[in-house]
Design a protein around this ligand. Structure first.
Ligand code: PL3
Ligand code: FE2
Ligand code: FE2
Length: 250
């Protein structure tokens, strides 16, 4: 991206900032949460998050069927997702926003389809990569950026949620690390098929995110940090990680 388009984007997201320098430290530099444009963008972003948490619940329950020995732990992780869903539902309610659930269902449909296909074929590695690595890293990056510009109510909830998401990411990392010698090929293939979908989802949400004062470059940066850290943790080397990350830009 060239310099002028970065400036444009900065201007775009700054226009939503409260500039009436209220002396209250806690709200300065934050967007105006009461405008129609904020609420309109929030109706889609909030729905994405609610749908994402519900699908995460379903996915961990499904993964447990392929990994019965971890069923108890996976059920515990799954239940956290329902708590997250309730938390984000409350965030929307608090702002007087109705979540656009049909939009969110469509937003997840491709990734959802790939997960379901992997599940029926008992491709556990693919299921774990999609849910416990890609979706969790996406959530972690989005929540980190959101915390910086959220209303006080949502900020508190999101801080609690993001800590849980690391537990989910760690679960995936640990299983994939222990099984890397047998699952590397499937991991790389699944990454090639699904990382581009995450990139598309990020592109798709960027405009609404900007209205919430969430910067796209920052979202991408946070995602790459969480994603690359996870791959490193699994025992992949730098070259393998670079190759896998490259799948995002085809
Ligand atoms: C897994 O635990 C949860 C999966 C959720 C995926 C969320 C993607 C987030 C997209 C952009 C979001 C901004 C955050 C705003 C929160 C109301
Ligand atoms: Fe979650
Ligand atoms: Fe999660």
């Amino acid at each position: 991206m060239n310099k002028s388009s970065i400036d444009m984007q900065t201007l775009e997201s700054n226009k939503n900032l409260k500039v009436d320098a209220s002396p209250d430290e806690s709200t300065s530099g934050l967007p105006d949460f009461t405008t129609e444009s904020y609420k309109d963008a929030y109706s889609r972003i909030n729905a994405i998050v609610i749908e994402g948490e519900q699908e995460a619940y379903d996915n961990y329950i499904s993964i447990a069927t392929l990994l019965p020995k971890d069923s108890e732990e996976l059920t515990k992780l799954a239940k956290m997702e329902l708590k997250h869903k309730r938390g984000f539902t409350a965030c929307g309610k608090n702002l007087g926003v109705t979540a656009d659930m049909p939009f969110a269902k469509e937003f997840f449909s491709k990734l959802h389809g790939n997960f379901q296909t992997a599940l029926v074929n008992e491709n556990l590695t693919t299921c774990l990569l999609i849910q416990a690595i890609l979706i969790e890293a996406f959530a972690i990056s989005a929540y980190h950026v959101y915390i910086r510009v959220a209303d006080p109510f949502a900020k508190k909830i999101t801080q609690g949620v993001v800590n849980d998401e690391y537990l989910h990411l760690n679960y995936g990392e640990k299983w994939l690390k222990e099984n890397l010698h047998t699952c590397k090929e499937e991991l790389i293939a699944a990454n090639k098929a699904n990382l581009p979908l995450i990139k598309k989802m990020l592109d798709q949400v960027a405009e609404d995110a900007a209205i919430l004062c969430m910067d796209k470059e920052e979202l991408m940066e946070e995602f790459m940090i969480a994603y690359q850290d996870a791959l490193l943790e699994m025992g992949l080397d730098n070259r393998e990680i670079a190759r896998m990350a490259m799948a995002a830009i085809v």
